[in-house]
Write a protein that binds this ligand. Structure first.
Ligand code: NAD
Length: 370
């Protein structure tokens, strides 16, 4: 069958290539066993690209990323490149990809697998069955707003300042992504800001409501102040379906929600851009974790965040819901069976390597598809 999904694979540095190897194993399985087939290109990003080309992302790799149906990304960075100036660091490669592809919506699911409910910092009954989607605005807000800087005042004091700024369209497009996601879930969106103390929050609240009224009458939209949302996330996280927030609040809330579910090694993410005239949406999928230099090259990393990022690719870029669900179910069954990488190890369970975890998940896929 002709390969019909163009995937650019950027394994990166540290454990990136190790966890990506397991994702490729699952891609190969899908190619052989399911109706989908992939045209895969591989490229360099981060330190690997710096070493070969002197830049963390070449223009050519960027063009290939823009032309692909989706980018599957490992992780970048490591001590070898830590002393480089900020604009040369491996992490700039990822930031440039996000910026040039205009990936404005960052999707961070917080899903708790039953087998790991005891690993959460909250009581197991609070997190068992948890399935929240946090949508964070990624390309605007206080991290990018002008003016910004540090200045010295006439009295000798220094003053640091940043600007929180959102336009109507910047708010509408990310709230639209949240509503579209909710449509396929439990149809509830919580929009988060601080409209009680910030004008940008007042605008956010008004525009979110207008967008919902005009385009998503079936979605139940509620508004919550960011500080209350932080409290609710640790008090009763299962009350949420989809949360949408600006760049700053989304950054903090998604990290807090992530920790409810156990380990960094379990957390996937997606970053989506705007749908173009031909119906294509630029997209990059990556685990939340970094390159984990402390365990790199030792076959110790947990590949599940990478595999769940692949499942998100299938769901959000290719609309292959059944294939995405197969991967998630295989992961669940392997965890239920007691296999654990070091980061999620619990007493009485079986400790396995990166590659054995990948093999077990593919074997489970075989069972599920039999
Ligand atoms: P990290 O996520 O790499 O590691 C934090 C801790 O979690 C480490 O102890 C690590 O061993 C563990 N860990 C992470 N992923 C794991 C996995 N899949 N399986 C088992 N254990 C795992 O964060 P860090 O140590 O702060 O950063 C290391 C490097 O990664 C730095 O250069 C940083 O800039 C970079 N980084 C890159 C990204 C990215 O590529 N998106 C994200 C964060 C950090």
């Amino acid at each position: 069958m002709a390969a019909n999904k163009r995937l650019l694979v950027l394994p990166g540095d540290g454990i990136g290539p190790e966890v990506m190897r397991e994702a490729r194993r699952v891609v190969d399985w899908l190619d052989k066993r399911r109706a989908v087939s992939f045209a895969i290109e591989e490229g360099l990003c981060g330190g690997a690209s710096l070493d070969k080309h002197g830049t963390p992302l070449t223009d050519e790799t960027l063009e290939r990323a823009k032309a692909a149906d989706a980018v599957l990304f490992g992780s970048v960075g490591g001590p070898k490149w830590d002393s480089l100036p900020f604009d040369k660091k491996p992490e700039r490669g990822l930031l440039r990809l996000r910026k040039e592809m205009d990936l404005f919506a960052n999707l961070r699911p917080a899903v708790c697998f039953d087998a790991l409910a005891d690993a959460s910092s909250l009581k197991p009954e609070l997190v068992r069955g948890l399935d929240v989607m946090i949508v964070r605005e990624l390309t605007s807000g206080i991290y990018f707003g002008q003016p910004r800087g540090i200045e010295t005042l006439p009295n000798g004091q220094r003053r640091g300042y940043n600007t929180q700024s959102y336009t109507t369209e910047e708010i509408r497009r990310v709230v639209r992504v949240a509503c579209e996601l909710a449509r396929k879930r439990n149809k509830r969106v919580t929009s988060v800001e601080k409209a009680n103390v910030m004008e940008s929050g007042v605008l956010w609240r008004e525009e979110a409501q207008k967008l919902r009224d005009a385009e998503f009458p079936e979605i139940e939209l509620s508004h919550m102040y960011a500080d209350n949302c932080a409290m609710q996330l640790v008090r009763n996280p299962k009350q949420f379906d989809v949360i949408v927030a600006d760049n700053l609040f989304g950054d903090i809330l998604s990290d807090a929600a992530a920790m409810l579910t156990g380990s960094l090694g379990m957390l996937p993410s997606a970053s989506l851009g705007a749908i173009d005239a031909s119906g294509r949406r630029p997209a990059l999928y990556e685990p939340v974790h970094g390159s984990a230099p402390d365990i790199a090259g030792q076959n110790l990393a947990n590949p599940i965040a990478m595999l769940l990022s692949l499942a998100m690719t299938l769901r959000y870029s290719f609309d292959l819901l059944e294939d995405a669900r197969l991967i998630e179910t295989a992961v669940k069954r392997v965890l239920d069976g007691g296999a654990r990488t070091g980061d999620i190890m619990q007493p009485g369970k079986a400790k396995v390597s990166t590659s054995v975890m990948g093999e077990m998940i593919v074997r489970e896929l075989d069972n599920l598809a039999a």
